[in-house]
Design a protein around this ligand. Structure first.
Ligand code: VGL
Ligand code: ZN
Length: 210
């Protein structure tokens, strides 16, 4: 799988302290993505990073819902929403990228989830499916055809970004060994199924030819 061409871009999703060990929404083995993500970046000429970036009163936080707990699901105006522990608060240490992530390779950093009322899993469109981040326009304007995705978490932000990439007219590939999952009930199997049905490709880091 050719990676280095000018039609290919690697989008590295949310490799931030709060999703790694000791973080507020620590993903099991989350730190383990840093090495394969850095190795993937070596294969690409073009890299974009995303950063989950929430106000302290974000509606995806369980603390904003009286009587609810983290990982409960509530109905929002735009549909069901998982409630998360407070995480990736804009400007806080937990929102920083993992210290070993090769941030210097990024040509663009996209922040998402900064509107208090809407969560954003996809790097392209927020959970209401109408509010856009601007990434589609950026990637189209730069002439990219193929979007590769890696990072955290496979079953949420990586997966929904891949589905959107495809729906918005790009080819989409997930670099599977450069991702880890949150792993709520059934979430990994559900995302596996959605990606397969949509036609998102799966590739490993070692299959990426630079
Ligand atoms: C994410 C839950 C809440 C992710 C972000 O990056 O997958 N998951 N915010
Ligand atoms: Zn978040």
């Amino acid at each position: 799988m050719q990676a280095c061409g000018d039609e290919n871009v690697l989008v590295v999703v949310d490799v931030q302290r709060d999703f790694c060990s000791g973080g507020a929404l620590a993903i099991e083995d989350g730190d383990a993505v840093v090495e394969p993500v850095n190795r993937s970046m070596d294969r690409f000429r073009h890299v974009v990073l995303t950063q989950d970036w929430h106000p302290p009163d974000h509606r995806s936080f369980a603390t904003q819902h009286a009587g609810r707990q983290a990982y409960d699901v509530v109905e929002m105006a735009y549909g069901p929403q998982v409630l998360w522990p407070v995480h990736c608060v804009a400007g806080s240490p937990g929102a920083e990228f993992h210290p070993e992530l090769r941030v210097d390779r990024a040509q663009l950093i996209v922040r998402k989830g900064f509107r208090a009322g809407i969560d954003s899993y996809s790097a392209f469109r927020e959970n209401d499916r109408r509010t856009v981040t601007g990434l589609t326009g950026y990637l189209r304007e730069r002439g990219f055809k193929r979007v590769f995705l890696a990072g955290l978490a496979y079953d949420y932000c990586v997966g929904y970004s891949a589905l959107d990439a495809l729906e918005l007219g790009f080819e989409a590939w997930v670099v599977v060994d450069a991702c880890r999952s949150v792993g709520l009930a059934g979430s990994v199997a559900r995302m596996d199924r959605m990606l397969e049905q949509a036609g998102v490709g799966r590739v490993t880091v070692s299959e990426l030819a630079g």
